[in-house]
Design a protein. Structure first.
Length: 292
C-alpha cells in the first residue's frame, strides 16, 4: 500500500528540525532510518501530515566513550555501525551482543539504535537493553534538553515519554563494571524476526559467586519492555546456582502476563519466559568462567 499524502521536510541542522517539530509536533513524525515508520505509513497505521527527515543532519552519528567509561550514541547511529564499533564491543558489550539479533543486515544498515528506542516496540531488543543497563535518554526540543531515566521512558505500546516536539538525540549507557556479565536470549520464528519472547540479562557477580546486582529485562512479554523486580530480588545476594536460577525463573513467570496474538498464547509466552530466564542466567554466568 502507499502512504497517505504528507509534507516532507529535510532540515540541515538540529535547530531547524526542532523548530519544525515545535511548529507541527502533534501532526509530525521524525524520520530516522525509516525501517518502522515507512511500513507503518504504508499500512496506514500512521498518518503524519509532516515527516521531518533527520537523516542529513551532521553530528548525530557519533559513538562517544566518556572518561568515566560510559558510552553515548547519537540519533543517527545505525544498528550496523553499533554492531561493528570497537568502542561498543569493549565498553558496552551487551549492545554488541544484541545487535546480531536485531532484524537483518539490510535493515540494520538503515535502522538506527535510537529510532528503535524511540519507537518503543515491545518486541524489539534495544528497549530491553536500555532498561537492563539503566541507560539515560536525552530528549531535545526548541526549548532545551532534558534527561529521562530508562525506567521512566517506556510508557505503553509504542508510547514513550518523548513529547511530540522532541527528538531523542542521545542515549548514554553507564560504564560496564569488570564484575558485570550479560546475555541475550530470544525465541523468534526465524532469525532476524521480532522475538516471540526475549530476555536481556545483566548480572554483577562477586569472586565467591554471590550475585550483587541483577537485571532481567524481557521483550515480547508485555506492552513495553519490562523488568521483573521480584525475580531480580530472588537473585540479589544469592549464590549463582542452578537452583537459584530455577527459582528466579519461576517467579519471573508469575510476574509476567504476556499478551496473546496470532504467534503465541499467553501460556506459551509465559513458558518461553521461564525457559529463557534459566537459559539467560546460565549464559551470563558462564561468562565468569564458572557454571551453575
Ligand atoms: C522486516 C523487519 C524486521 C525487523 N526486525 C526487528 C527486530 O528483530 N528487532 C528490532 O529491534 N527491530 C526490528 N525491526 C525494526 C528496525 O530495527 C528499525 O530500524 C527500528 O525499529 C526503528 O529504527 P529507524 O531508525 O528505522 O526508525 P524510523 O522507522 O525512522 O522511526 C520509527 C519511529 O521512531 C520515531 N523516531 C525515530 N528516531 C527518532 C528520534 N531520534 N527521536 C524521536 N523519534 C524518533 C519515528 O518518528 C517513528 O515513530 C525490523 C524491521 C523490519 C522492516
Amino acid at each position: 500500500m502507499k502512504a497517505p499524502p504528507f509534507t516532507y521536510h529535510r532540515p540541515d541542522s538540529l535547530d531547524e528540525a526542532l523548530a519544525l517539530l515545535g511548529e507541527h509536533g502533534d501532526d509530525a513524525k521524525v524520520l530516522a532510518g525509516g525501517q518502522s515508520l515507512i511500513p507503518l505509513m504504508g499500512l496506514r497505521m500512521g498518518r503524519p501530515e509532516h515527516v521531518v527527515d533527520i537523516g542529513r543532519i551532521p553530528g548525530l552519528a557519533d559513538i562517544t566513550l566518556h572518561d568515566d567509561g560510559s558510552v553515548s550514541l547519537g540519533a543517527l547511529v545505525r544498528h550496523e555501525q553499533a554492531k561493528t564499533s570497537d568502542v561498543i564491543a569493549e565498553h558496552a558489550p551487551l549492545i554488541a551482543e544484541t545487535m546480531p539479533w536485531v532484524a537483518h543486515r539490510a535493515i540494520r544498515t538503515r535502522g538506527t539504535v535510537l529510532g528503535s528506542i524511540a519507537h518503543g516496540d515491545p518486541a524489539a531488543e534495544m528497549p530491553a537493553v536500555v532498561l537492563a543497563t539503566g541507560a539515560t535518554l536525552v530528549a531535545s526540543s526548541a526549548s532545551g534538553r532534558r534527561e529521562i531515566p530508562a525506567g521512566a521512558f517506556f510508557q505503553g505500546y509504542l508510547d514513550t515519554a518523548l513529547r511530540p516536539d522532541e527528538i531523542l538525540t542521545e542515549v548514554t549507557f553507564p560504564a560496564w563494571p569488570s564484575e558485570a556479565v550479560g546475555s541475550v536470549v530470544e525465541v523468534a520464528r526465524r532469525h532476524g524476526d521480532y522475538a516471540l519472547v526475549g530476555l536481556i540479562t545483566r548480572l554483577e557477580i562477586s569472586a565467591n559467586d554471590i550475585i550483587t546486582n541483577a537485571a532481567l529485562s524481557y521483550f515480547g512479554a508485555a506492552s513495553t519492555a519490562v523488568r521483573t523486580p521480584a525475580a531480580e530480588d530472588v537473585l540479589l545476594g544469592a549464590r549463582a546456582t542452578a537452583d537459584t536460577f530455577a527459582r528466579a525463573a519461576q517467579i519471573a513467570m508469575s510476574e509476567l502476563n504476556p499478551p496473546a496474538d496470532i504467534h503465541g498464547t499467553t501460556a506459551y509466552r509465559k513458558h518461553l519466559a521461564g525457559t529463557l530466564t534459566r537459559r539467560g542466567l546460565d549464559a551470563a554466568f558462564a561468562k565468569t568462567g564458572a557454571s551453575a
